[in-house]
Design a protein around this ligand. Structure first.
Ligand SMILES: *Cc1c(COP(=O)(O)O)cnc(C)c1O
Length: 409
């Protein structure tokens, strides 16, 4: 693992304003911090909302004598406010924002050097699997993909060269729940970092740093943005030195978000708690309805007692989230008809917006996996994944019922 840190590079050292750390002593509750952490009225005008600092460079009073900002790839005040907000919500000291979730994930992988080894879940997000197998593998950084619910398998996969254990929970699309504390311990026994992709749960439901993880990754595109109107990513840590190392790559690689995107995500985080409460409530009601439905073989939602990881989810999470999958008692074609017929649920990839989305993993998000492998992993032809929105749940049920009637007549 390399340990370069930011020495400054002419167009910006650590010029990102503020006093370095952010989180600190804010012991207000999550809902209050969602709205106020990192958010002071603009000192110049009193404007309540963080201004969109559409700006690339900053006046210096003398060479190197600046007011916290030099150049917006390195630091931008709108982005800084978002970073402070996210650090607080994830119970971290520092956050770094990126132009996408993948930009954030790439920056964690930038910490690795040729010859290093990664252990990752065998059901991680497709983009994470792709960057590990098709980008970093070429740089002689090998990944072992294992069932991260099987801790012996994770221990067996660890090598002398293992520098990173990559965890996702709940996972996509079967909502497997991984034990963050146990996996962080295994990583640390092997002197590796433990990174957790917390996109599905959000910090409102689960804060991996509190369980011992070293880095939290977020696709801000999903629940944190919350309105399907921007792409973004973030890394949150509780360690200044690790933050500086990530900051070196953030600035060197340059996958940083513009101030408009940072503004949109800040607008989203303010309502995260109320949105998530409704997402969770609707998902639970829909999961129970589906579990009782004749057209449905099986429901995967960690809030159901029938879910194999229900107890762990109840311990680790404050609620069970807005994502669920179910197996239609039918063929690939019939499942395709269901997802094409719904109207309240829009047929689309992605998740985490206020509107409900529906998709068929075997034909869409997981279509690249060969059928045999896909079936072995439990991703059947009739599997349907939904991102449960915040519309009225009775309209969702009526919509699915009409689609079932059309597909299974
Ligand atoms: C969407 C997603 C990503 C990638 O984020 P982008 O913003 O699309 O780059 C990573 N992890 C998970 C779990 C995701 O859902």
């Amino acid at each position: 693992m390399s340990d370069r840190s930011d020495g400054g590079d002419g167009d910006g050292g650590d010029g990102r304003g503020g006093d370095g750390g952010y989180g600190g002593a804010d012991d207000r509750r999550f809902e209050t911090r969602a709205i106020h952490a990192g958010q002071e009225p603009d000192p110049e005008t009193g404007a309540l909302m963080t201004p969109i600092h559409a700006n690339s460079t900053y006046e210096q009073d003398g060479p190197g004598d600046h007011r916290g900002y030099e150049y917006s790839r390195t630091g931008n005040p709108t982005r800084s406010d978002l970073e402070a907000n996210l650090a607080s919500l994830e119970s971290g000291s520092h956050a770094r924002c990126f132009s996408s979730g993948m930009g954030a994930i790439n920056t964690v992988l930038n910490l690795l050097s040729a010859g290093d080894h990664v252990v990752a879940g065998d059901d991680v997000y497709g983009g994470t699997h792709r960057i590990l197998t098709q980008v970093y593998d070429e740089y002689d950084i090998e990944t072992s993909f294992v069932d991260t619910t099987d801790h012996d398998a994770v221990r067996d996969a660890m090598r002398e060269e293992t520098e990173l254990v990559w965890v996702e929970t709940p996972t996509n699309p079967l909502m497997n729940v991984n034990d963050i504390g146990a996996l962080a311990d295994i990583a640390h026994e092997g002197d590796a970092l433990c990174a957790v992709d917390n996109t599905f749960a959000t910090p409102y439901l689960q804060r991996p740093l509190e369980h011992g993880a070293d880095v939290v990754c977020q696709s801000l595109t999903k629940y944190l943005g919350g309105h399907s109107d921007t792409i973004g990513g973030a890394l949150i840590v509780d360690d200044e030195e690790l933050d500086e190392r990530l900051g070196f790559y953030q600035n060197s690689v340059g996958a940083t978000p513009g101030p408009f995107d940072a503004f949109l995500v800040l607008r989203g985080t303010k309502t995260l708690p109320v949105r998530m409460d409704r997402h969770c409530e609707n998902a639970m009601a829909l999961a129970e309805w589906l579990e009782d439905h004749d057209a449905v073989e099986r429901v995967y939602y960690p809030g159901l007692e029938s879910h194999p990881d229900h107890e762990l989810a109840a311990e680790q999470m404050d609620d069970f989230g807005g994502m669920l999958s179910f197996e239609l008692d039918g063929t690939l074609e019939e499942a395709s008809t269901v997802v094409s017929e719904t109207e309240v649920f829009t047929l689309a990839e992605s998740l985490g917006g206020v509107e409900s989305l529906i998709e068929q993993p075997a034909a869409m998000t997981h279509a690249a996996i060969p059928r045999e492998e896909r079936l072995a992993a439990g991703l059947t032809d009739g599997l349907i994944r939904v991102s449960v929105g915040i519309e009225h749940v009775d309209d969702m049920k009526a919509d699915l019922q009409a689609a079932f009637d059309a597909a299974l007549s």
